[in-house]
Design a protein around this ligand. Sequence first.
Ligand code: PMP
Length: 430
Amino acid sequence: TSRFDTLQAPPKDPILGVKEEFLADAATDKINLSVGAYRTDEGQPWVLPPVAEARKRLIEGKLEHEYLPSTGLKSYCDRVDLLLRGKTSETSATVQGLSGTGGLRLCFEFLRRHHSPTVYVPAVTWSNHWNVLRDAGCDARPYTYLDGIKLDWPKLVADLEQAEEGAIILLHLCAHNPSGVDPSSEQWRELCALCQRKRFLPVFDSAYLGFASGDVDKDAAPFRLFCENGLQPWACISFSKNFGLYSERAGAVVASCASAREASAVRGHLGKLARALYSNPPAFGARVVDAVLADAALEARWRECLVVMSGRIADMRAKLRSALEARTARDWFVHCVGIKVRASARAIDATVCHAIDATVSARWRDGRCPRRSHITSQVGMFSYTGLNKQQVLRLRAEHHVYMLESGRLSMAGVTSSNVEPLAAAIAAVL
Ligand code: PMP
């Protein structure tokens, strides 16, 4: 007898599924712009030189494989906390997480139990947020984020004004995924005041620290602003992109507390939850980050790498924009009229999120927004191209170019040699 007779295979992950399709494509000139992983201009993964150096030192040294505490490597946590805050804090509880995703899960597992299950999430967001929040038992509710290519500031504010007092609000620290559209400094200040008035608990998803501007301190500014104003924000940090440690799962949950006593209790409970979830985190990636941040020269070299990576991406944005402008007489970019999401909170998962993305792109209409400047004004790894689902599917089938159905492409995968064929392919499907 079959035990799982009624079980259907789940729908493909909107991001990872595209990568699978790409790998199965036999074409030699295929271009993968689906997953957010940095590539050099030669299209290769990059082991950052200071990371390679730290790794070498670790391997040459006395490297044992004992368990870490459930809360992770203490020296790493202290340095990560300092990196984010720019100063030490007695009232911070920082624990190691399984990179960004695992950190988010741990954070929301704690907050659901000890604070509130209600989490407001940007309606357009990284699709896995919905999965993580669902599995952490949270009540995830969307708030308006975008109106096509720009922040829908009035609706964003209106949605949050109506939100439950004391709820949790999920914010992207910088380089919003998937749109590359961040609030301005002025808007962050307004948002900070709004969060204060509504007594929200802000959680910053910090997967791209240093990747938006090339400067960690600039990118960390919204978190620091919220700290200065006494909002006691939390952050879930990932070192996947900015250290290139994708598979090493180096991350952290940073909790700002009211006192050292409270911080100690929060740290203890985060550790207790980690104990039951995975017992203790992997050591190697954390040791690498720790070694880089412990050495002023290595840290300086790492900061230079951020400038290189964010600079190369900005360069590709400029090249793609001019290549498109040279090829497309039509105003191909389309303006989205905004989207209201009324899915019941618990029903939202990656599939629904994908549908939201698709609706956003379906609302983009050729010619309604006569510009392509979004390609260069958006920041971080991703660009919302404005291409609709049909065009994206044609790009895959006819040109072997892979991006998400929402029209999101990873700028980090664009190179000097594929930017022209990419522009040609995009021009061909318009
Ligand atoms: N948050 C956001 C917004 C992301 O884009 C990502 C990576 N795509 C993550 C969190 C988690 O990344 P990881 O678990 O690989 O560190």
